[in-house]
Structures are given as C-alpha cells and as structure tokens.
Design a protein around this ligand. Structure first.
Ligand code: ASP
Ligand code: MG
Length: 412
C-alpha cells in the first residue's frame, strides 16, 4: 500500500470537535487506499502552558525533565486521534516517539532525529491497521530518555516519517491554506503560492515565516519529500494548498517569491575592539558558547587599530550576550570600549531563486525603503535573499512597500 503522511498542527487538534474533523480527512485518504501515518501536535496553547509550568517550577531546569513534561501534550492528542478514528471504524493505533522508536540525539529540547526504523509500524499495517497516529515533536535519546525536537518540531517529525516510509506525500494541515507571499496579517494583498521551491521555503522559514519549522524544510529538501501545506478548516481537493518542491517543477515564478520578517531582533555593537587577526574569532566564539544565535555581522571601518563590531541576534538573547562580553572583558580575553544594544529593530528580507539570474533586486529593495524614508542599519545577502535590519516601527510599512514594489500580489 502507498503510504501518506498527514500532520495536524495545534489549531487543527485544538478541540475534540476539530480532532473529529481531522480524523474525517484521514478517513478520506484511507478510503483512497493509503496506509496513513498521522503526526499530531499538542492542542494549541498546550505546549506553551507546559513550558510555563516548567519555568515556574524550576527556572534553571534540568533539560531532561523539561522534555519529559513538554512532550506530553502530543501524547494526549495522539491517543485521542486514535480513539476518534476507531469510533469511525478506521483501524488505528497511537505511538509515542519511544515506541516507534524515533531515535534522536541527546540534545534535550533541541534533539535531532537520527533514525526511524519502520519495521514496527509496517508490521501493524501488514496486520490490517490503517492508521498509525504518532505523537510529533518527540523521540528517545541513546540513553533511553524522552527528547523533544525544538518548538514547531512536529513538522520535522512529519517530514522525517515521510522520508523513512518513502511516503507518496507529506501533507501539513494547519490554520492557513498555504504558503503566502508574506504574512496576510501584515499585508492584506498577500497571495497564496501554488508552488514554492525548497530553497525559497528554507530561506523564508529561517527568516521568520512561521508556517514550517526550518529543519523540516531542510529534511524535505535533502530527501526530496513532496511537502504540501494546507488548511484543515476547508474542504480540500488534491490541488489545494501550497506544494513545496524542486525548483525544476516550477515553470514560472516571480524574481522575488516572498517577503519575510522577524520582529524580535536586536542589534549589538562592541565599540572599539582591537583590529587584529583572531579578534572576530574570539568574540564570536564567546557569543556562541553563551548560546547566542548571531545572525548578521558587520565589522566597521577601522581607525588607529581599533574597530567596531556589530551583530544582530534575537532580542531575548541580549542579556546572555552582555554577560558573555562582560566576562570576556573582566577575564582579559579581549578589551573593548562599550557594548551598545538596540532592542527596537526588525529584520525584513526578500527571497527568490530568480535573484540568481536577475540583477538589480538589491538596488530596487534599497530604493523602495528609501522612498519610504526607512533607514537601513545592516544588510546581508545570500544568493537568493537580501535582508535588512531596520527600526521595528517601520517593519509593517517596509513589508507592504516591498510586496507592492515587487508586485507579489500578481502571479508570474
Ligand atoms: N507542540 C510543539 C510546539 O508547540 C510542537 C509542534 O506543535 O510542532 O512547539
Ligand atoms: Mg507549527
């Protein structure tokens, strides 16, 4: 039997009624002849609540116990989904991560999937079970402890199962009906894309689009998993939603596929550090050891052997960065004048594989921002994206202006 993976996000399993609706969708696919692997998230809001309980109980928590608690939301929905399917006379069974087993690294709260043996579930399919409902987001470490894959991780569970079972497709059911040119809550003219290339989706996800966990797109790209994002709230046809696929499968596309943004950014500048070999290595090693995810980096012009070093990172990591720099200074690892932190910036990016073959995208982007009187503070580029750091209060304006200028409301 061909295998289909269907993943239901938190809003799609938020109530018993929604679980019933989702189960009906599963029933439709079973009646088409598929063996279905259903991956479920926790009911929406549940994981946040669990994380809150952990933090309240133990602010410097043991990550193994964090995972023990935070993984539990998915256990509930997996069992309920299996029961709902059984009530509909669809032979179904639930599986927690360790039962499959979903083998992961032992990096608690950010584990990576290493292997998913398919024999247990395939044996059940052979016995007549039609649906394996698997708790997303969780696995088991080599030490035999429960792990979780990082927030949004059930997308990654779904893609990993699709790869391991060579599924025909991996359908991600969510509360939006696909991938949009930008967030429709910021730009009402945002348009749903029928198809988007893996590379573009990967950039959009890592630059702030919340539809899919970045890691899941990485995996889909590596294993060529046909990934579809669609709504669990609407009647669906086989062409619904957005297909994330190889760029060869896309005939026509705009130079820019989408505009992404990330609101909670900070810009930090180390003023007056020595400009000599090894200084950048020392600074960024210290930041990385402190768990700061540095994104953009600029080294400013140097004068009399001193320079300023600027980087961006998530706002909630500013404290950590300050602590790491203060420690480096007091420990005489390196010296600097002062450390500035601007916590009112946002990152706006345009993404598109068309940039590989079209020039002038950066110039146009900067012109559009200039027309709106928006100052660009930091710029980074890759082959298929341009990102700028700007004042947070102009973020919406920048997204709208860029969406307009690149005519993303019109299909290619
Ligand atoms: N429930 C987890 C979270 O909220 C995993 C997921 O839904 O993807 O992050
Ligand atoms: Mg999600």
């Amino acid at each position: 039997m061909p295998v289909l993976v269907m993943k239901f996000g938190g809003t799609s399993v938020a109530t018993l009624d929604r679980i019933r609706r989702a189960a009906k969708r599963v029933g439709v696919e079973v009646s088409k002849g598929y063996d279905v692997i259903v991956i479920v998230s926790a009911m929406s809001g549940k994981t946040n609540e669990l994380v809150g309980w952990v933090n309240e109980t133990s602010p410097m928590y043991d990550a193994r116990e964090y995972d023990a608690v935070v993984s539990s939301g998915e256990n509930v929905t997996a069992g309920l989904m299996a029961l709902t399917l059984q009530e509909m006379d669809v032979p179904a069974r639930s599986w927690q991560g360790w039962q499959v087993p979903v083998k992961t690294t032992s990096a608690h709260s950010a584990a990576r999937i290493e292997e998913i043996p398919s024999d247990n579930i395939l044996a059940k399919f052979a016995e007549g079970m039609k649906v394996a409902v698997v708790a997303g987001f969780q696995g088991v470490s080599p030490e035999g402890r429960i792990t979780t894959l990082g927030r949004g991780g059930s997308d990654t569970t779904a893609v990993a199962f699709a790869a391991a079972f060579e599924a025909e497709r991996c359908d991600i059911y969510t509360d939006v009906d696909g991938v949009y040119t930008t967030d429709p809550r910021v730009e009402s003219k945002a348009r749903k894309l029928d198809k988007i290339a893996f590379e573009e989706m990967l950039e959009l996800a890592s630059l702030g689009a919340k539809v899919l966990q970045t890691r899941s797109v990485e995996l889909a790209m590596r294993y060529k998993v046909k990934l579809r994002v669609l709504s669990s709230f609407e009647e669906q046809s086989d062409e619904a939603g957005t297909l994330v696929c190889d760029e060869e499968e896309i005939m026509e596309s705009n130079v820019v596929a989408g505009v992404a943004f990330s609101r909670e950014e900070a810009k930090m500048t180390l003023v007056s550090v020595a400009d000599r070999p090894g200084i950048a290595a020392t600074i960024f090693t210290a930041l990385s050891e402190a768990g700061v995810n540095v994104d953009m980096i600029v080294q400013n012009i140097s004068e009399e052997g001193r320079t300023d070093m600027t980087w961006s990172c998530p706002v909630d990591q500013v404290r950590r960065a300050e602590k790491a720099m203060a420690e480096a200074k007091s420990g005489d690892v390196f010296n600097f004048g002062e450390l500035l932190a601007d916590t009112d910036v946002a990152k706006v990016s345009v993404v598109g594989i068309g940039m590989r073959s079209h020039t002038g995208v950066a110039a146009k982007m900067f012109q559009v921002l200039s027309n709106e009187g928006i100052n660009i503070q930091v710029i980074t580029t890759s082959e298929i994206k341009i990102s700028v750091l700007i004042d947070r209060k102009y973020m919406e304006l920048a997204v709208q202006a860029l969406h307009d200028a690149f005519e993303l409301d019109k299909a290619a």
